[in-house]
Structures are given as C-alpha cells and as structure tokens.
Design a binder for this molecule. Structure first.
Ligand SMILES: *Cc1c(COP(=O)(O)O)cnc(C)c1O
Length: 802
C-alpha cells in the first residue's frame, strides 16, 4: 500500500478535475486543499478497511468510545505526519508549484468540543490507532462547533462557528447505516404468559445519519474511525399535511434537525435543557443501535457482546447508552432482566471527569419521562433493584441508600447510574481517582472497591512536539535517534545531556526562535510584536473561576503596584499571555476577561511599566492556536484550587515543550511533580487536605483581606478603578465568598512567582529544568493511557504488531 509521489500527484490532479472542475494550472490553494484532503482520506480509508478485515478475521475485541465532544482541531498535517507521508505530498504538490504548508491554513479547526474533555477524546482516537487497537469513536456532527470568540472593547463576543465549508471534505456519509431514534409518546405493557410485551406509540422520530472521519495513528497499520451522527427529519408527516397544517409539518422536521445543530458551549457545567437531553439520547441510541448491528452481523447473537466489545462512557454525558442497551436486550431481543443486566454491566466502563457538583449531571424526572418514557421505566426498575439490594443484601441505612440511589423524588442522577452499573469506574489522575473513592463515590467504593481505578490522562504528544515544534523535534531525533517518535518514553534519553552546554544552548536557541515565531504570528494577525527577551508566562484554558485566572490577574496587579513603587528595582521583563473562552452565560467569567483586557490597556498606557510587564489576551483560543503557543511558552500556569481540576492536559503540552510548571498540587500536576522532581517545578498553595481543613474550620476571605495589606492593595484596584473601570462583581465575589479560595493561596502564589523569575535569571539552570521537563513527559503520552485502558479496563487482546 505504498504510494509513490507520481501516484499521489495523479490522484490530486484527478480530484481537481473530476470533483472541482479545474486543472492544476488554474486551481487556487483553496482548491488544492479540497483536492488533497480526499486523497488523504482515500489512503486512510483503504488502510482502515485492510486493518479491520484483519482484526475481524482474528475475532478481536472492539473498543467503542462514546463522547459528546471531540475537539479534533485540524487533520491534514496530523494525518500526513502520522502516515509518514509529509515528504511525498510535499514533493507531489511541489511539482505542481504548490506549497503543502500553505494548504494547511485552509483547514478550519473541527471544534466539536469545549476544552480538555473533547481534546482528550480526540487524542485517544489517535493513540488507539497508534497502539494498534480496533476502535471507533461516536459523537454528534454538530453543524456549529464551539463559538468563535471575538474580543471587542475587552468584552467577549460570540460568533457562530460554521465549520463545514472547509471541514466536510473530511466526512464520508454512510446513509446505508442511518438509524431511527424515537422521542416522546406513550408506552403500554402487557404480559403474554411469561413474555413481557412493550408497545411504544405516538412517538416522533428523527433519523441519525452517520458521517465518518478516519484518524491515523503514528507509523502503524491501524486507523481509528470517528462516526458522527447528523439528525435528519424522517420526512414528511402526511397526516398533518393532509389536514393542511403545513407549518407544523415543517416545524416538526426542524425540531428534529435542531438536535445536531450546535454544541452546548459549557465546560464543566451542566445544562438541564430538553434539547441537550435530546442530544444525549440521540447520540447514545444511534451508537448503541450501530454497535449492536455490527456485532450481530459478525456473531449472530448478543450473548457474547461483552467478550467482543468494550463500550466506554467518556463522562456521564453518554450514560443513557446503559438503559438503551437494556431496552434493546429486553424489548427487542427478549432477554430476562438479569441476563440483560449482566451483559450491560460487563460491557460498559465509565470515566469520571469532574467532582464539581454543578457539573455532575442530573435530569428532572418530569422532563425526562415525557421525552423518553420507556428509558424512564427502565431507569426506575434499575433504581428499585439497586435500592432493594442495598437494603437487603448489604443492610445499609436509609441515608446511605438515599445517597446512592439513581432517583431522588425530583431528579435522575446520571453519575450514580453509571457507577452502579458499569464494571469499571476511573478518574483521570491519581489525585482525582483518590477523591472519587474518598468522597464523591465513597459509598459505592466501600461496596465494590474492585470497580475503581485510575488512568491518568495523556496527550497526542507527536502533535505538540513533532508537528508543532519542529526545531525541538529534530534536536530530539538527532540526540535520540529517528525512531524516538515510536516510543515517547525514549525522551528520557535527553537527561544525559543535562550538563552538555552545547545541547542546552541549542535548546535555548530553539525556544527563542519559537518565541519569535509566535511574535511574528501575532504581528501578522494585527497585534504588536513581543519582547522575546521577556519571560513568556502563559495561562490558556477555558475561563472558569476554579481555574483561577483572577488569581493570576491579582498577581499581575500586585507586580504593577510594586513596579510603580520601585521604578528602579531589578526586574526581568514578563509577557503574560492569556487565552480562554467563557461560556456565553457565565457572567463572572466574562467579567474576568474584561478585567484582564482592561489591565492590559492600563499597562500599555503607562510608560513606566510597559517595558517590564505586558499582557496579551489571545482571541479565540483553540487547538490550532495552542499548537503555535506551546512551543513558545516558558512558564505554564496551572493554578486551580487543589481538588478542583480533575487532571488538566495543557499542563502536559507545556511540559513537553519544556515550559516550567508554576502550579498547585492539583490534578496531574502532582504526577508532573513526581516525574520531574521538586527542583524542576514550582509548586505553591494549599494541598487538598489543607483545603478541606480550612473549609471545616470556616473560610473567611474577608478576614484575609483585612490582614494582608499587599493583597488588599491589589484587590482594592477592582473597586477603585482600573483605567476608570470598576469590577465590583469580581470584588464582591472574592471579598465576601471566594468559593475557590483565591485569597488563601495569594501570598504563596506571589512567592512562587518571584521564585520562578529568579530561576529564570540563571539561564543555564533554567535550560536544565526545561530539558528535564521534556525528558520526563513520555509518561503523559496518550499511547500510555490507552495501553492502561486496554489492559486494565477493556481487557483487549494484544495488538497486532506495527
Ligand atoms: C489541551 C486543551 C485544553 C485543556 O486545557 P486545560 O488547561 O487542561 O484545561 C483546552 N482547550 C484546548 C484548545 C486545548 O488544546
């Protein structure tokens, strides 16, 4: 299946002529992009067919990864790089006078996700293929992805992200596998001897049509497939039409198609709306039907479903897959409850992604029952049996049963449903998995400790190193051998250059070049040039109080005041770079964006500090921007309140590029600390134990505010005005509530920040720290995470050799 340059060239020309109606001499770069993608797609699809027929003939267990979000970013460079075909395409296009690098810019980010959760799912599709496992991801084909962010006058403005014009070239429609999904209506039951009949009437239905994207692994035979469902109206309600109700006919169709219209833009926050519930059932019902069909086609029975398939629930969003599979086994295949439950439990595994109560999903019973009456009955039965077992077999007290129940008198608790049924429950970092066992799911843990485990998140390291940071990647290849990309643990080999001045100097030069490239990029996009001798101190992630961008802002205000009071102080210039989208309905998060932008403007006007402090707020932070940013970063801000960030993955991307983490002992920061050692990371703030102790004792932000003059001076600027603007909502929230204990960690953060700057002035020392961070980042490669899922949770067969 090797393709020569000549073949690739011929395929591209054919595509230009037959699909785009043009010729190489007339085609624009945009047309070349649209002609090149189908060629890559064809290569991937052929490879996938080959791999799947092999794995099917070997009867291999399949992995199905269900997630409401896949934040893919761009695919062209990633696909070619993973296929090891960059040079061939460069040459083929070069012979047609086209630069491959220019084509990349025509691809929009596929932003079918909010942040870390969706990006994780995308990284895992890549790693599943790289590790050689047969896998399929399922999600929704949102017509509009995560909104495009504009900053106007410091305020966030949201624009729709209509990504399909440049993105749909990647999609292969599979109309022959469309599935009907049903909503509303009534259920009636009857008993026919021992056979339970369920009749479902008066429902409305919508078709789920699959569109597939192939995702290549690195240097492997395997290709993963992501199947995205698009909602299509079932056509025409003839009955209404004949009554002359034309607008209802159209309205019904539009209601159905609205399901896949737009991604909900909330990160770590639930949205209890009917449309969101429809989306969740739409994804799960279509995916389960597809999985069942594929399995039956091969094996002709569902008895062995768990032996041949692992279905993974990435967070609680797709948990309805559990009662949906029960429904199929009970109502359509006639299994007994016990047998069906056994199959379901052995098939599903669940990953939890948050412990924050406002993010744990619950559905109002009345809404749920009217939309999904049969699924509601099944959940009631599951709840009744669970509670009976807890009372009768485990002799639990009623408060404990009430905590563990799936139903309350008002709500359905999706996390309890997932934990009660799945055979495996895991968190996404060591710390987070401990919190699940000790707190959130403690009752379940006591009963079934064997269910609980941990798989620390990972990233598609090659995307952020080899593809985004070519300078560092070629140094690694030179020092470690060309094969280092096959096994990211081999980065460890860099450690032996710790005292090699020439390597350290080359590392410094690469970082400087990357900083210059970022600056050039910003200039090309209408910004000002950056001072590449300043420290690039970066916090990019969703805007959220728990992530504490406002703690960072208060630190900068404090530095500002210090520089005003000490104009001649010895001070290493800093560039503070922020990038974050706020959920459109999240008032305080939007205020924090405005605050940071206002601080930026204040500093910009002030000649006495603007050469020492600089704030840059990057508009529309997204995967592609992170790829430009990570290689240029020097300080990685990971400053969430301990116990709130489940893992974090940007911390891993930064580390890989040699940035030093300035962070709390939260999420995967703890494991980064364990890997690099205390001398190569700057840790500050309370531990989770200290946070709990302070909560117990009673936390008063106001008291700290009263005692700490430095803090008070910075906080008072919010009230007294920055550039003439007050920020009373942030001020009041911090001084009178401070739910994420910003004030409690303020002093320690300031101290750690000072320490970071002083380490930076020792250039050699800093380069050694940086080298150590890259060298120790192999464990955070998603390939390792997927191997752990495969062995410990999905129990997959050994992968085929590369
Ligand atoms: C990696 C990534 C994230 C996750 O960042 P965290 O700091 O771990 O929350 C969010 N958004 C994008 C675009 C990313 O690439």
């Amino acid at each position: 299946m090797a393709y020569t340059v000549q073949q690739i060239k011929t395929m591209i020309i054919k595509e230009l002529q037959e699909t785009l109606g043009t010729t190489p001499d007339k085609a624009s770069d945009a047309q070349f992009y649209k002609a090149t993608v189908p060629v890559v797609k064809e290569i991937l699809e052929e490879k996938r067919r080959h791999f799947m027929s092999q794995s099917r003939s070997q009867g291999k267990k399949q992995v199905y990864y269900l997630c409401m979000e896949f934040l893919l970013g761009r695919s062209l460079k990633n696909s070619l790089s993973n296929l090891c075909m960059v040079e061939s395409f460069q040459q083929a296009l070069g012979e047609l006078d086209v630069k491959l690098d220019n084509l990349y810019e025509y691809e929009p980010d596929a932003g079918l996700g909010n942040g870390g959760l969706g990006r994780l799912a995308a990284c895992y599709m890549d790693a599943l293929a790289t590790d050689g496992y047969p896998a399929m991801g399922y999600s929704i084909l949102y017509e509009y992805g995560i909104f495009k962010q504009q900053i106007i006058d410091g305020w966030q403005n949201e624009l729709p992200d209509y990504w399909l014009p440049g993105g749909e070239v990647w999609l292969t429609p599979m109309p022959e596998h469309a599935v009907e999904v049903r909503f509303g209506g009534q259920v009636s039951e009857s008993w026919d001897h021992n056979y339970h009949n369920v009749e479902y009437k008066g429902y409305s239905s919508v078709m789920a049509v699959p569109y597939d994207i192939c995702i290549s692994g690195y240097n492997t035979k395997a290709v993963s497939r992501l199947r995205l469902w698009k909602a299509k109206s079932t056509g025409f309600n003839m009955e209404l039409f004949n009554k002359g109700e034309y607008s209802s006919v159209l309205g019904e169709g539009m209601m159905g198609e609205a399901i896949s219209k737009v991604l909900y833009p909330n990160d770590n926050h639930r949205e209890g709306k009917a449309l969101r519930l429809r989306q969740q059932y739409f994804l799960t019902a279509a995916s389960i039907a597809d999985i069942v069909r594929r399995h039956i086609e091969t094996y002709g029975t569902l008895d062995n479903l768990p032996e041949k398939n692992a279905i993974h629930l990435n967070d609680t969003h797709p948990t309805l897959a559990i009662p949906e599979l029960m429904r199929i086994l009970l109502d359509e295949c006639g299994y007994s409850w016990e047998h069906a439950y056994h199959i379901v439990s052995a098939t599903f595994a669940y990953t939890n992604h948050t412990v924050m109560p406002e993010a744990l999903e619950v559905w109002n019973i009345d809404l749920f029952r009217s939309l999904l009456p049969r699924i509601y009955q099944i959940i009631c039965e599951m709840n009744a049996r669970l509670c009976a077992e807890l009372y009768d077999a485990h002799h639990l007290q009623s408060e404990q049963v009430a905590r563990m129940a799936i139903l309350t008198d008002r709500d359905i608790r999706m996390a309890n449903l997932a934990v009660a049924v799945c055979h495996s429950v895991n968190g996404v970092s060591k710390l987070h998995s401990e919190i699940l066992k000790d707190e959130v799911f403690h009752d379940f843990y006591t009963l079934t400790p064997q269910k609980f485990g941990n798989v620390t998140n990972g990233i598609a390291s090659r995307r952020w190193l080899h593809q985004s940071n070519p300078g560092l990647s070629s140094l690694c290849a030179e020092l470690l051998g060309e094969n280092y990309l096959n096994d990211m643990d081999s980065l460890r080999g860099l450690q032996k250059y710790r005292d090699d001045s020439s390597v350290l100097e080359r590392l410094a030069a690469i970082k400087r070049q990357n900083k210059q490239s970022l600056s050039d990029y910003l200039v090309r996009h209408g910004g000002a040039a950056l001072n590449v001798d300043s420290i690039f101190d970066v916090q990019v992630k969703r805007m959220h109080e728990y992530k504490r961008q406002h703690l960072n802002a208060l630190r900068i205000l404090s530095l500002y005041q210090y520089l005003k009071a000490n104009p001649n102080a010895d001070f290493t210039p800093r560039t503070f770079i922020f990038g974050a989208k706020a959920a459109p309905g999240y008032f305080l998060a939007k205020q924090i964006i405005k605050l940071i932008c206002t601080m930026r403007d204040m500093i910009e006007r002030d000649e006495s500090v603007r050469d020492k402090l600089r704030i840059v707020y990057l508009e529309d932070y997204r995967v592609t921007l992170s790829e430009i940013l990570m290689p240029a970063s020097e300080v990685s801000e990971q400053i969430s309140l301990a116990g709130t960030e489940a893992s974090g993955t940007s911390n891993m991307k930064f580390m890989l590029s040699g940035a030093i983490t300035l962070g709390t002992m939260d999420g995967a920061n703890v494991e980064i600390y364990d890997e690099v050692g205390a001398d190569n990371i700057v840790i500050f703030g309370m531990t989770t134990a200290e946070v709990s102790a302070l909560r117990q004792k009673g936390y008063s932000a106001h008291e700290i505010y009263g005692k700490n003059a430095t803090l008070r001076a910075a906080v008072d600027m919010l009230k007294n005005g920055i550039n003439g603007e007050q920020f009373m909502d942030i001020y009041n929230s911090l001084v009178f509530k401070d739910p994420y204990m910003v004030f409690a960690d303020f002093d320690s953060y300031l101290e750690a920040s000072k320490k970071t700057a002083s380490l930076y002035t020792d250039t050699r020392r800093w380069q050694q720290m940086s080298l150590q961070n890259t060298a120790c980042s192999g464990i955070f490669c998603a390939d390792r995470s997927i191997r752990e899922y495969a062995r410990n949770i999905w129990k997959l067969d050994e992968p085929s050799a590369r």
